[in-house]
Ligand binder design. Structure first.
Ligand code: 0RA
Length: 645
């Protein structure tokens, strides 16, 4: 398998040029044949990995201390440009191949590690593939290097050299600019999303203190920039901007052991849930993993030891549980390690075993020192943990009471649930429907065999401030939990899920948005495995019905309406706007929103649920200022969240 060899490996000296040319060709072909092997998939997610891969190269240059500005531009022709002010990719002749180093970097596959630097690739590298893979999957790429007083340029098509490295002018600075256009032969959808890239750049800005990230969209004129002097401490402050912190600034701990570098920032607030964001080599690990386990271990051990030492916990009392200690904790954990193993379906969980002990050791030592040096803050942390423990005990009692009550009834399923006939969770669906009237249509219109309906009335409890015991006593939420069947909190058991599709069906208005956001937050905070398993969906009811003669078109967006009206013309066309689900009759609801053959469902990702959770914190929290700021600055994101539903 010559295509799999690292550059130059084993190539006999006498015909090395020919052998390498073949190798280049085969390497690029291999990537184009099986793109999923290199970038995960060719979906929108894979498409955006191209941008991340290119940006990560600039981030590596920033981490090495040579670059403090990275600009990403979404250009009108559908290409993306990433520009940095690093040292510039070397353009001199690479001794092994006789070619410019730039060309080698862009056209030869590299086995993992970053070319030329000897060290491992520290940032990103979810797939660790290098920019040559992006080149292979682009129908056009151009790299411009400013270095040694000159501007050098090379162009490529589908991973093949189009023009030699040329000096095209003089430069008085240094840096690298990569512009590429994704190949439509590879990607069914080549449209880049501003918000998706924006989220990644914001994370990177927090993880790389003092590096300026700019994102510009020439298609719309939008521009944002991120620059945080405080790094992950700023990150925690940002996450807590709508909460009341117990102390400030956040605790910051860093250390290095056995090749693993650890950075943590911690701050407790009056919130009743934990909020941990972890990263490995700047990749967001939404499913946690060994590094998070190490952090939790350290917290549990150190806070318990300290609570006993100061007599807040008596000898005859049991230890605080980990969840008591993490209640109200906002933490950002960022680790860097040579060859991270990512696990799970979405590769969002760190598997590297060494990380547990290393993180536990570094965080344990740092936290111990902080508590010793700040006794009054330490006391308030311990007191908060003890309050959390009491609340947990009260919740447990409430739960036991509910269970006993439930056992007396023949069936403990909620009365409002209209269940489906099948008992096979894999084919069963639960519709959570806003409002009784839509609930009625859904019951009539549904497929009785596989579709169950639970109508929800009024507003769902704000889970932001409520403790578990209150949550469990809220009628609508209890109905959802019993219908779903998994239980909640430490009793949660995914194998008991009665449906593998739980579909939120709400109006496309402000109230519907509110209910959707609150339900997503409930699932994200209290039944996260449902989100991780991909069991949560959002129904897509139509916004308009356009009729012309016997033709009927259900339309799901304003853009679609415009297109359809342009196509049909004005003559004899009527437009009905659905203000709510309640305006559709049972048959319409079935045809447009419930029928598996014709409907569209949005599967909720952990990122979607996380965004909803953040929105709830801001919109429902007690602080007015962040709320106003959020609505003013992020009107776009609120709209974006709206489009989730
Ligand atoms: C290898 C060596 C050197 C710089 C880079 C790679 C480099 C790569 C990228 C990719 C995007 N931006 C980048 N900036 C730098 C430095 C060699 C030297 O000057 O000593």
């Amino acid at each position: 398998m010559p295509g799999k060899e690292p550059p130059g490996a084993g190539a006999p000296k006498d015909n090395s040029y020919g052998a390498e040319a073949i190798q280049v060709l085969e390497g690029m072909e291999a990537v184009r044949r099986l793109p999923g092997m290199y970038i995960g998939s060719t979906s929108t997610r894979g498409l955006h990995h191209l941008v991340y891969e290119v940006v990560d190269n600039s981030v590596d240059e920033a981490m090495a201390g040579y670059c403090n500005r990275i600009e990403v531009a979404l250009l009108r022709d559908g290409s993306v440009e990433v520009k940095d002010n690093g040292r510039g990719i070397p353009v001199d002749i690479h001794p092994g191949t006789g070619k410019p180093a730039l060309e080698v970097a862009l056209t030869m596959l590299h086995a993992g590690g970053k070319f030329g630097t000897g060290g491992y690739k520290v940032s990103g590298g979810l797939h660790g593939v290098g920019v040559s893979v992006v080149n292979a999957l682009s129908d056009f790429m151009e790299v411009t290097v400013r270095r040694d007083g000159g501007v050098f340029r090379q162009q490529y098509r589908r991973g093949q050299v189009l023009t030699p490295v040329e000096r095209i002018g003089d430069a008085d600075d240094t840096g690298t600019t990569v512009r590429f256009h994704p190949d439509p032969e590879i990607f069914p959808d080549t449209e880049f999303h501003f918000e998706t890239i924006e989220q990644r750049l914001r994370d990177l800005a927090f993880l790389n203190a003092n590096v300026l990230f700019v994102l510009r969209d020439d298609r719309t004129g939008q521009e944002v920039s991120f620059h945080y002097e405080g790094g992950i401490v700023s990150f925690v402050e940002h996450l807590n901007r709508s909460r009341d912190p117990l102390f400030s600034p956040p605790i910051y701990i860093r250390g290095r052991d056995r090749d693993i570098e650890v950075h943590v920032a911690l701050q407790w607030t009056d919130a009743t849930y934990e909020n941990i964001h972890s990263f490995a080599n700047t990749i967001r690990t939404v499913d946690g993993g060994t590094h998070e386990e190490g952090l939790k271990r350290a917290l549990t051990r150190v806070v318990n030891d300290y609570a006993r030492k100061i007599g807040a916990l008596k000898d005859n009392e049991t230890n605080l549980a980990g969840e008591d200690i993490r209640e109200g904790l906002t933490a950002v954990l960022s680790v860097f390690l040579p060859s991270p193993e990512f696990e799970g379906q979405t590769k969002a969980k760190l598997g590297t075993a060494d990380a547990v002990g290393v993180v536990a050791g570094i965080v344990g030592e740092g936290l111990e020192r902080f508590l010793e040096e700040n006794p009054s803050t330490a006391r308030s942390i311990v007191d908060k943990c003890i309050v959390a423990m009491r609340a947990r005990e009260a919740a447990k009692k409430a739960r036991e009471l509910t269970r006993r009550k439930g056992a007396l009834e023949i069936t403990s399923l909620p009365g409002k649930l209209t269940d489906c006939i099948t008992k096979d969770p894999a084919e069963a669906e639960l519709f959570l429907v806003e409002g009784d009237s839509a609930g009625g249509s859904a019951k009539q219109g549904r497929d009785r065999r596989t579709q169950a309906v639970l109508p929800l009335r009024g507003k769902i409890l704000n889970v932001e401030k409520a403790h578990m015991d209150k949550i469990l006593n809220h009628e609508e939420i209890r109905a959802i939990i019993t219908a779903v069947g998994t239980g909640i909190g430490d009793e949660f058991d995914i194998s008991k899920a009665r449906y593998h599709r739980i579909i939120i069906m709400a109006d496309a208005d402000v109230d519907g948005h509110h209910i959707r956001t609150l339900l997503l937050t409930l699932f994200y905070r209290h039944m996260p495995a449902l989100v991780e398993k991909g069991f949560i969906y959002i129904a897509q009811p139509p916004l308009y019905l356009v009729k012309k003669g016997k033709q009927e078109h259900y339309l799901y967006s304003d853009a679609e309406l415009e297109r359809t009206l342009a196509k049909l013309g004005k003559q004899g066309v009527t437009v009905q706007r659905f203000k709510g689900l309640g305006e559709m009759d049972a048959e319409q609801l079935w045809e447009t929103t419930m029928n598996p053959e014709t409907r569209t469902l949005l599967q909720v990702s952990v990122e979607d649920a996380m965004a909803a959770d953040e929105l709830v914190s801001i919109l429902m929290g007690e602080k007015v200022e962040p709320r106003r700021e959020f609505i003013q600055q992020h009107a776009r994101e609120v709209r974006f969240l709206d489009t989730i539903g």
